[in-house]
Design a protein around this ligand. Structure first.
Ligand SMILES: *Cc1c(COP(=O)(O)O)cnc(C)c1O
Length: 422
């Protein structure tokens, strides 16, 4: 399997190359050149489904014989489905080390990159700018991986206390930099670093954000396994969405032939996608801060993959629908989950539950699955006042809270970043 750019430029590359480069040379995103035909959609454990469905995407690559070991290394925690009632279930993706679904993608990417042979004199340097969840998942996944260094940049004072812990509790091969400036400055610094001559000479530079195809492939697997577990008919999903990594992965799983019906995206007040579907006009915009902060995205990066797949807006509309919910509605969703089902949901999960409740659930005959993207303990300051009780912290998160902190502050200047890394 080869990978090509959504913008049509450059040569087709192997899986390993697509992973290491992250972005295509023409700044497009890598997509598979051809689509495998699924031989077997039978139900089974997540890791078996994952191996069957990912194998064709690695065909011909040096990593292909190691796929089993890669999945063993990456998928060390479950993705259980809990039932609310006859029609509604919740797919829990928050049982990994940093209690958000990003652990699946980050750990798979780390397990792959560790196994690509490289020149010891020029280590791989992963640069990540984060506004919260991504940096923690990437740091956790790459911590103690030989031959790989990670630098995480976050906006000082602008992430939650638990998120800050998850970014700063690593040390070793992970350096964390608190940038005196907003997230946009962190992102700008990372971009500039990629063209810095000193850094490029010393390191092989790569990024680990959700445009990397190595984060998308593992995210297909739990949609597929959940759908395959159904005896007949199809499963519909409501997905809390920001950069549309999940949306893309779910569309890919359906394209492979797994019995997935409707895919509905839940957005917060950042309405770029709902508006695009309504009007057909592509209008990215600055992000708006909401309670579901991991979805505060005004210019969703993976939209490029979806629009590449469905260039005609009519086909895009057939493939996906999307709704927006405001903060009051998110609070309502948290209350509803607790009162109705005794479940505690994070704000992102609650946004999806509200979309189910308001827009698709009423006439549902087929089963619906709301995707739960983070553990509520990560957002206890929002959740606890609504349900009127403390949210128990999972052991994995508690373990991170007990580690020592190491972080350096830098000015938002490239020279400060280069000095900190080199
Ligand atoms: C990243 C994230 C999202 C958004 O996922 P995308 O794949 O970028 O659309 C939703 N919820 C949580 C908790 C996240 O961390």
């Amino acid at each position: 399997m080869q990978y090509v750019s959504t913008r049509g430029g450059g040569e087709a590359v192997s899986f390993s190359q697509a992973l290491e480069q992250g972005l295509a040379p023409d700044n497009g995103l890598f997509v598979p050149q051809t689509w495998p035909i699924l031989a077997d959609a039978s139900p089974g454990p997540l890791i078996d489904t994952a191996e069957r469905m990912i194998a064709p995407f690695l065909e011909g690559d040096a990593l292909a014989p190691q796929l089993h070991a890669i999945l063993d290394d990456a998928f060390t925690f479950p993705a259980p489905v809990t039932r609310c009632d006859e029609r509604l279930s919740v797919l829990e993706l928050f049982h990994g080390p940093t209690a958000a679904f990003k652990d699946f993608g980050a750990r798979f990417l780390a397990a792959c990159l560790t196994r690509i042979p490289r020149d010891a004199a020029r280590p791989l340097q992963i640069l990540v700018a984060t506004s919260g969840d991504t940096g923690g998942a990437v740091a956790a996944a790459f911590h103690n991986r030989p031959g790989i260094q990670v630098t995480v940049l976050y906006p000082k004072g602008l992430v939650s206390p638990i998120q800050e812990r998850q970014l700063t509790c690593w040390g070793g091969n992970v350096s964390t930099l608190a940038v005196r400036g907003p997230f946009d400055e962190c992102q700008r610094l990372v971009k500039e670093a990629f063209s810095d001559a000193v850094l490029r000479q010393r390191f092989e530079l790569s990024s680990a954000n959700s445009i990397n195809v190595g984060r998308l492939l593992p995210q297909m697997t739990y949609f597929a396994a959940t759908a395959a577990a159904r005896h007949n008919g199809k499963i519909n999903f409501v997905i809390p969405s920001g950069n549309l990594g999940h949306a893309t992965a779910c569309v890919w799983a359906r394209k492979l032939g797994f019995p997935i019906g409707e895919i509905v995206l839940a957005h917060n007040a950042n309405r770029t996608i709902p508006d695009y579907i309504e009007t057909g006009e592509w209008k990215p915009r600055p992000s708006i801060a909401t309670l579901a902060s991991a979805m505060d995205i005004g210019n969703p990066s993976n939209a490029e993959r979806l629009r590449f797949m469905f260039p005609d807006i009519a086909d895009f509309r057939d493939a996906l629908s999307a709704y927006s919910v405001d903060d009051d509605s998110i609070r309502d969703g948290i209350r509803w989950g607790w009162d109705e089902y005794g479940q505690i949901w994070c704000p992102h999960t609650a946004a999806a539950a509200q979309v189910y409740r308001r827009h698709v659930g009423a006439e549902a005959k087929e089963p619906w699955v709301v995707v739960s993207t983070a553990h509520p303990a990560k957002f206890s300051e929002t959740v606890e006042p609504i349900i009127g009780r403390p949210v128990p912290m999972p052991k994995t998160l508690q373990a991170l809270m007990d580690r020592p902190v190491s972080v350096r502050e830098i000015e938002p200047e490239l020279s400060a970043l280069v000095k900190a890394i080199a």
